[in-house]
Design a protein around this ligand. Sequence first.
Ligand SMILES: Nc1ncnc2c1ncn2[C@@H]1O[C@H](COP(=O)(O)OP(=O)(O)OP(=O)(O)O)[C@@H](O)[C@H]1O
Ligand code: SF4
Ligand SMILES: [Mg+2]
Length: 403
Amino acid sequence: MMLGPRDPQDPDAPGDPGTGSPSGPGALLVPPASPGAGRRRRQWPLPKQADPDAPLLVVEDLRTYFTLSSGTVRAVDGVSFELHDGEALGIAGESGCGKTTTALSLLRLLPANAKIVGGSVRLYGIDLATKSENALRRYRWREISVIFQGAMNALNPVRRVGDQIAEPIVERLGLPRAEANRRAVELLELVGIARDRAAAYPHQLSGGMRQRAMIAMALACDPAIVIGDEPTTALDVMVQAQILELLERLREQLGLSLILITHDLSVIAETCDRVLVMYAGRVAEEGPVRTVFREPRHPYTQMLLAAIPNLDSDRRLLGTIPGAPPDLRTPPPGCRFHPRCPLVMDVCREVVPDEVRHADGVRVACHLYPPGGDGARRPIPLPEVAGANAPGAPPAPPAELAR
Ligand SMILES: Nc1ncnc2c1ncn2[C@@H]1O[C@H](COP(=O)(O)OP(=O)(O)OP(=O)(O)O)[C@@H](O)[C@H]1O
Ligand code: SF4
Ligand SMILES: [Mg+2]
C-alpha cells in the first residue's frame, strides 16, 4: 500500500513535514545527542496531535471480540497496561489467552471478524482506537511495527532482501529510492548482516538471517515501539539466543521500546523490564520482572513459573498446569481461572476480582489480594504442577534471576 506525500494539514502527519529525512544518511543509526530531552530516541518529529509529556503507550480497558457463527469470542476483555520510553514489556500466558489479539489491536491489524468493542489505545496521548483506518495506517511501521512469529517466511521469495527493506522507507517516509537503499544496507549491518547480502534473495539466507532481515524491516521507519510476537519460536535454540541478544542490543542502541510476546517465561526474564501475565483475555498479574518472578502472587503466575524448568534441571520434567484455558465464547463467571485454581474460594466463582496495584508496583487480579490488603504472597500448594519443584516450596525463579 502506498502512502501519499506528507500532508501538512493532516493532524496525523509528523509535526514538521520537512524533507522526510532526519539528517542525512546514517542518522537513523546514531542516537540523538541529548538523551534527556523529550523523546530521547526520536529521530522523526512526533505526530502533530502528540502530547510530548504523555506516556509512550497507555492501553486502557481494551476489549476485542471475534464474531463466529457459534458465538462471540471475548479474546481480549478489559486489558490495561502502559509502555514507557525505552522499556521492554513481556506478555506471557498459555496459548489462546489473547496475547496476539492484544498486540494486533494496538494498530487494528485484526482479522475481519474481530472488532475493538471498548477501551482506548493512546500513543503519545493520541487515541488510536478512534482513528479511521486511513489515519491509522500512518502509525503502522512509522510508530509501531510488528515482527510476527515465523515472519522470516513472509519475505517475498523473488525480491532481493535489501529492496524489501527499502520499500517501507520509500512508501512510508517518502524518501528517494537511493537513500532508502542506503538505509536498508545500514539496517542490515545493524542487525548483523553484511552489506553485500542486501543483493541476496531470501532463499540464499539462513532462517536466522531471514529473521534478522525481518527485524531490519521492522526498524526501517525508526518506530518508537517494536512488537515481537514469538519472534524466535521457529528458530533453533542457538539462533534464538542470538536474535534475543540482537533485540536487547538494538533496544539499548536505538532506545527502542519493546513488547515481547512469548510462551517462554525465561525469555522474558532475560530480556524484559516488566511482565504482563494474561489469562483468558484478561490481565492476571503485571509488574517488574524481578519482583513478579521472585514473588509471584497470582496462582496462575505461580503455576506458570513452577511449570518451567531451571536451566540446570532436567528439561524432561517440564510441568504442565492441569486443565485447559476456557472457551472464550463462554468463559467461566467470576475469576476465569477458578476452575483450575488450587486456592479457589466461593467468591471466585461469582465475582470478577479487581485489579489491585500493590506497594511494590505489582498489579494482581485475584481475591486473595483484595484492595487494602497486605498483598503478602499466598503460595499455592505444590506440586499442583506435574514435574514442579519440591512440594510446598515456592516456585523457583528462572535461573537468570537466581544469580
Ligand atoms: N480469527 C479468529 N476468529 C475467532 N476466534 C479467534 C480468531 N483468532 C483468535 N481467536 C481466538 O481468540 C482467542 C485469543 O487468541 P490469540 O491468538 O490472541 O491468543 P494467543 O495468546 O496469542 O495464543 P498463542 O499463544 O497460541 O499464539 C483464542 O480463544 C482464539 O481461539
Ligand atoms: S480469584 Fe480465586 S480462583 Fe481466581 S486466582 Fe484468585 S484465588 Fe484463584
Ligand atoms: Mg499468539
